[in-house]
Design a protein around this ligand. Structure first.
Ligand code: AP5
Length: 222
């Protein structure tokens, strides 16, 4: 793991909380690198790597991928030089074991997490958010059927691409399982980081821009 990163943020939150949406905005605003274990795993599945093949079944059913696969993928990515400006971990850690590995790795480099941001969303909103999500097939910009449409119908605001896609695991049944996994495995981390004194809670039921303003203020004060 690289040890020069000045700012290391974790974005915690259930499926559909807005982790990816906010990470992409903060990437542009602060130059931090978004490290999404979900995106890395989807890329591994698409490339049919051993990690992707091993993780696919868990992802398709809404379960967590095993810690060893996730840690292998993340470690590889964290060792790349573009992570030195600052890093936003999106969707990692998700289990107590992953949190411990992260804490230990950072401590062994004389570093610690800058902040853990808990994006708080009502369970009822998540199915709506996730089932309405679509992304630009070209640049990955995220949209939503109701909450964030491209300014020009059918054309990506960012790259003008005209092809969009939806995730295979964004269906009601899988979302419920992802939500169960979140409550069982990931939500307990909120207390862990609160006890470390680095937790920042953000009301993510607010509109995207308002959540972003709140995050900007928090990061500017670091
Ligand atoms: P992952 O890709 O991380 O999925 P997730 O955690 O379920 O999160 P999402 O990507 O669904 O939601 P998000 O919070 O990023 O929301 P978004 O910004 O897109 O993981 C997928 C799978 O990979 C897992 O199920 C697991 O199998 C595996 N995996 C990944 N990491 C792992 C790990 N560490 N360990 C083990 N397994 C792992 O927003 C959603 C929608 O809502 C968008 O359309 C957006 O436009 C809209 N929206 C966002 N914010 C708002 C707002 N404030 N108001 C209204 N709409 C909003």
């Amino acid at each position: 793991m690289a040890n020069q990163a000045t700012t290391i943020l974790v974005l915690l939150g259930p499926p559909g909380a807005g982790k990816g949406t906010q990470a992409r905005m903060l990437e542009e605003q602060f130059g931090f690198v978004q490290l999404s274990t979900g995106d890395m795993l989807r890329a591994a599945v698409a490339a049919k790597t051993p990690a992707g093949l091993a993780g696919k079944q868990a992802m398709d059913s809404g379960n967590l991928v095993s810690d060893d696969i996730v840690l292998g993928i993340l470690n590889h990515r964290m060792s790349q030089s573009d992570t030195t400006v600052g890093v936003m971990l999106d969707g990692f850690p998700r289990t107590a074991a992953q949190a411990k590995v992260l804490d230990d790795l950072l401590a062994s480099n004389g570093r610690r997490l800058s902040r853990v941001i808990n994006l708080m969303v009502d369970d009822a909103a998540m199915v709506d958010r996730v089932s309405g999500r679509f992304t630009c097939a070209g640049c990955g910009e995220g949209y939503h059927d109701r909450f964030k449409q491209p300014s020009v119908h059918g054309r990506c605001d960012k790259c003008s691409g005209e092809s969009f896609k939806r995730r295979a695991d964004d269906n009601a049944e899988t979302v419920q399982q992802r939500l169960s996994e979140y409550h069982a495995e990931t939500a307990p981390l909120i207390r862990h980081y609160d006890q470390m004194g680095i937790l920042c809670k953000v009301d993510a039921m607010q509109p995207i821009e308002e959540v972003n303003q709140r995050l900007n203020l928090m990061i500017a004060s670091l």
